[in-house]
Write a protein of this length. Sequence first.
Lengths: 528, 187
Amino acid sequence: MSKLLLLGDEAIAQAFIDAGGSAINSYPGTPSTQITEYVMKSKQAKEQGVVANWCANEKTALEASIGVAYSGKRAMTCMKHVGLNVCGDPFMNASIIGTKGVIIVVADDPSMFSSQDEQDSRYYGHWAMIPMLEPSNQQEAYDMVYYGYDLSEQMGTPILMRIPTRLAHSRAGVERKPVRAQNPLSSPSDPKSYVLLPANAKNLYRSLIDKQPAFTKASQESGFNQYIPGTDHKRGIITTGIAFNYLQENFPGGKCPYPVVKITQYPLPFDMLSKLYDEVEEILVLEDGQPFVEEHIKGFLGKGKPVHGRLDETIRRDGELNAEKVAIALGNPMPKGPAVPEVVTNRPPALCVGCPHIDSYQAVIDVMKKYPNGRVFGDIGCYTLGFNMGAIDTTVCMGASVTMAKGAAEMGIFPAIGVIGDGTFGHSGMTGLLDCVNEKANVIIMILDNDITAMTGGQPSSANQKLFNICKGLGVDPDHIRTIVPLPKNHDEFMKILEEEIAYNGVSVIIPQRVCIVENKKRIAANK
Amino acid sequence: MKKDIILCGVGGDGIVSVAKIISDAALNLGMNVKQSEIHGMSQRGGSVFSHLRISSDPIFADVIPEGKADIILSSEPMEALRYLPFLAPDGAVITNSDPFINITNYPDIEKVNAELAKLKKCVSFNANAIAKELNARGNMVLLGAAAPYLELPFEELEKAIKAIFGRKGDAVVETNIKAIRAGRDAK
């Protein structure tokens, strides 16, 4: 079979379709978005009747996958690392249930190329006590989807697959495996396992504990983890996921002289690590993420053989791993090319020329000049770039604009304006607005409606075309739900609306509505 | 044989299409390919760059280490300078000389050109101007100029263009072929 050139994301998506996946329910999030998009665009998936949905948020998405598993079919949910925070509840409890045929794919973002943090999802999987797969290349990512479903179904456990940006968004040749049939509809073999009343949950938790040795045995025997012998026992190296590639990059032909334990499956393989520890004088741990394995090996008391890595900054603690950092750790730094000349200036990402958010922000900026003690609470999306215009004061997490505005307003911050996009509002703004209404908070919530979830490449937003009715349904006074088309010519009218709502003591919603210009271009082209 | 290529420019320049053509050609010749890019910032007029690695041997890291790039291929002159730390001692920079000024503090272009002139191997020319004459895009002209440095048979690049742009019609394919040839013949 000839190889396809696929992104890590696409390899996982193609494998999901080939391995008999039935439904993928996700929320967009860089760098995971392309997995679900690939399935949605795939002719093969369509022919096979594979369901693919963008959901309101990661929690509703993962819960849908639990429902798919309940029906006996294979499910996948994809998200970026912070998305795991949003679906933490179903995630932890899916492991107690022991769902079969569920793979949760989380794309981490070391170096925070497009995120608020670089949290390492492996801690979640460890906490939930489930097996995890961390492929080191695109082919492995493909193969591990097949293996992941087998492991999930045999052992009765969801599987966490963790990939970093550099694998998610990198293309390499991938060979496909033969296509498998999807599962038929069926009932859970143990119906009580889906009822987490304490009486049941206690037994299920005990079962989860009892499964751990089998999970470790799988890690030791599957072949995904490898002990690679070496000639120089001065040090031993442990790599996780793609860190192995950065190690190989440092040696001709990729042949490292030190013994290596290459980890791509968890729980950790005790046998290989124990063997390595016995054979070498000191250990270097290489991870593209937080020092998850390193902490396991090093131990709190730091007694025993030296273990080096991020904790002692042998590898710089923050930021992604790369071949240059590994070279420094090995005592053999790589020479760089010429320095960047001083004349080079930054070209920071900015809102597109003609973006509706620019007009919305211009109105806010001009009105807020009169209210130096007021604050604008921002959120996550293209409109976060309003910070570069000086328009917003905060960005924390999805939906926080609404609820921070409420919390601050109750304390006396005035005016308190929350700025949120239509996509983000559907994700987690509605519940915050309900709180505002119930507390009669003196806030202005601006829902920037560009008719799309834009920052992640243009996916449908769940609250699309329903914003007015949702706000009214939640109890906002319809007289204080204002709409406007954000354009330069409407600037004065926009400011007037803002002034009126600032004067009003209560919950105001302002909805500037104009389609994202990138999305608009796509729609025009599609109609041609 | 291996080539580590940094492709860079500003969002919308089509630099990633160039990566696709080179990847296709390399794959057809049975070579290994790894190509990575940071998605998403391109549509916002930000800097775009892609790491493209082609090799007859297995490729390890998805990203090119600093000091190892054989070629920096840029659709914008200041962007070419941004990635100089990646350039190998005998590496070559091939860049469009036409600046893209979407920031208020874009430097004096003469200063940019002066820095490019300091490099041992640098080809800087107005690919956009040549492209305009042919009703084509600058990225294709640049690809042609880079062709000798890629050490891939020129016909393989043309074959890849036909395969990738074929469904957009013969006219598009022909324009792109003319553009890549013009780039090759430009210096």
